[in-house]
Design a protein around this ligand. Structure first.
Ligand code: FPP
Length: 260
């Protein structure tokens, strides 16, 4: 299934977001505050991932996308990078059965060519096992970058032109089908924990009309209540997609306003 871009057609919106994208920040600070090594925060971060995914599934969120490792995270100390890779492998090995039992489809997006063969094989097995699940799609962005995604989609379009021996028309629909997450609607809600207020090269193309929510809570402390607060804030937003407030009022209300 493909989804039309929010700049082409106004999407349907509901009080509960269909797609939530999250930057899970603050693991290191959570650990440092407790005089623990930074990586202890990442370990606790996995518990917060589990709680968040469970809570989203219960509330009917259809897509959850987590920024687990950015293209820029390779710049971290080698020990921390290795730890994150091991944690990813362990989480894949331990959690996939539970995800599958709960009807959750797992996808991994990003430049996985940088990962070793064992990780790539695990990813492949996990994606295949859960491919037919429909309750919720959990996407892990690993070695992902928004600019990488836009560039790889542009390259694929160019390759298509070469293969077909003609310049294929370039429009949003043609472009989007090559994005790594072409299977998902654009995120309705973006959450970043840890107090920073930036997008950090996450889903740059797809977040054109995403509602942004920032919280000081460190990721390991992010729980069902914290998620409920984010969704509450989202439900109060007026999503206009370029229109005016008056255009969003139901017809009957508009008539009332006019007759007053
Ligand atoms: C940012 O916190 C977090 C990361 C770069 C890694 C996130 C990884 C996990 C939560 C665990 C693995 C996840 C899965 C899906 C298996 P930070 O280290 O930048 O924290 P800081 O800003 O306090 O230093």
């Amino acid at each position: 299934m493909t989804y039309t871009s929010s700049t082409v057609r106004v999407p349907d919106v509901a009080a509960v977001p269909r797609h939530i994208a999250i930057i899970m920040d603050g693991n290191g600070r959570w650990a440092t505050q407790r005089r623990l090594p930074r990586v202890a925060g990442h370990t606790r971060g996995v518990d917060a991932v589990r709680a968040t995914v469970e809570s989203c599934a219960r509330q009917g969120v259809e897509f959850v996308t987590l920024f687990a490792f950015s293209s820029e995270n390779w710049r971290r100390p080698t020990d921390e990078v290795s730890f994150l890779m091991r944690l990813f492998v362990t989480a894949l090995e331990r959690e996939v059965g539970k995800l599958h039992a709960n009807g959750i489809r797992l996808r991994v997006v990003g430049d996985t060519s940088m990962f070793d063969d064992r990780i790539r094989a695990l990813i492949q097995r996990a994606e295949t096992k859960t491919a037919r699940n429909t309750r919720l799609t959990l996407t892990i962005a690993a070695n992902y970058g928004g600019r990488w995604d836009v560039m790889q989609a542009a390259k694929k379009l160019a390759e298509q032109s070469v293969q077909e021996g003609r310049v294929v028309p370039v429009d949003e629909a043609a472009f989007e089908q090559h994005l790594a997450m072409a299977y998902a609607p654009e995120p309705d809600l973006f959450i970043r924990t840890g107090g920073e207020q930036r997008i950090s090269n996450f889903l740059l193309w797809q977040m054109a009309y995403t509602e942004l929510y920032f919280t000081d809570t460190y990721w390991p402390d992010f729980d069902a209540e914290a998620l409920a607060r984010a969704i509450e804030s989202y439900a109060e937003r007026e999503r206009r997609f370029g229109r005016t407030s008056a255009q969003l009022e139901p017809q009957s209300q508009k008539a009332d306003t006019l007759s007053c």
